[in-house]
Design a protein around this ligand. Structure first.
Ligand code: HEC
Length: 171
């Protein structure tokens, strides 16, 4: 009886080892690889890609406009047409008139309380300013902080349009 059990046990062990060997060989020869061996990326497992320090946009972008010296910034239009100036007038009414006033002399609802008054936009000083200088003042403010930086409120295109409008005032 004991002999029988021993033989049966031996047969079971041999069979188990045989199956294990076959499965191992099959596994090793499998071209796709076992699922637990292939890379699995769980959410948040991989660090978020970060940009190398000092990377700047290739073209466009506020940072690039800000970094460009005023004398190198030019209006996209050689000659502003009526449509551009009309749009500039609307931008002026929305973003400038409360300070610079409806007559451009600084006597706006808010501007009239300033001392000194906001710059007269029809003055020879403003007329003498290049488009790029105007763009810098309107976008990033004047160094004394009195002209507010408006780059976050007005698109670059509309800033050039309001500049065309301001220029048209002294033509
Ligand atoms: C909060 C009030 C305020 C608003 C809004 C404002 N300005 Fe001014 N602006 C000023 C004041 C004050 C100055 C005078 C700055 C100084 O003392 O140098 C000024 C100066 C200027 C100058 C002369 C800049 C220079 O470098 O000398 C221009 C041009 C100008 N503003 C245009 C505009 C335009 C265009 C808008 C609208 C898009 C606008 N401003 C909106 C208050 C304002």
């Amino acid at each position: 009886m004991i002999k029988r059990i021993a033989v049966l046990g031996a047969v079971v062990v041999v069979l188990a080892l045989g199956i294990y060997a076959v499965v191992t060989v099959y596994d090793n020869l499998m071209s796709a690889g076992r699922m637990w061996e292939t890379p699995a990326i769980k959410p948040h497992e991989r660090p978020v890609d970060t940009m190398a320090e000092g990377v700047v946009p290739f073209s466009g972008g506020e940072a690039q406009l800000r970094a460009t010296p005023a004398e190198e910034l030019h209006s996209p239009w050689q000659q502003a047409d009526e449509k551009i100036i009309e749009r500039g007038r609307t931008v002026y009414a929305r973003f400038c008139a409360h300070c610079h006033g409806k007559n451009y002399d600084g006597m706006g609802t808010v501007g009239q309380s300033f001392s000194p008054l906001p710059t007269d936009l029809t003055s020879p000083e403003v007329r003498a300013m290049a488009d790029g200088e105007l763009f810098h003042s309107i976008s990033y403010g004047t160094p004394n902080g009195r002209q507010p930086p408006l780059h976050a409120s007005i698109t670059p295109g509309d800033r050039w349009r309001v500049i065309a409008f301001v220029k048209s005032l002294s033509e």
